[in-house]
Design a protein around this ligand. Structure first.
Ligand SMILES: [Zn+2]
Length: 96
């Protein structure tokens, strides 16, 4: 049977995974830029900063630089997820 999808419609094998928390996939909230993240308040900023430090292993001046460059309509952007069980926010930095 012929593949009905053209090459650029095929989902990439290395598609980023949804973060998992409490043994379950978290729920997508929003794709956000740094201005949006700031609006959520300092807790969200701290959580995102920790994600960059510990999950992405980016430290020193590169971490605040990445934070400051987050742009919802461009890249990199912060993709925000929330755990339906414990309510914790999780992040993925979308580089595309
Ligand atoms: Zn959780």
């Amino acid at each position: 049977m012929a593949n009905p999808l053209s090459a650029d419609e095929v989902i990439p094998v290395q598609a980023p995974l949804t973060p998992v928390c409490c043994g379950e996939e978290t729920t997508f909230v929003m794709r956000e830029g740094i201005e949006d993240i700031r609006r959520y308040g300092p807790e969200m900023m701290r959580a995102l900063h920790l994600h960059i430090l510990h999950e992405m292993h980016i430290s020193g001046s590169a971490a605040p630089r990445l934070l400051g460059s987050l742009d919802r309509d461009s890249a990199p952007a912060a993709v925000v997820y929330r755990c339906p069980r414990c309510g914790r926010h999780h992040f993925r930095i979308d580089q595309n």
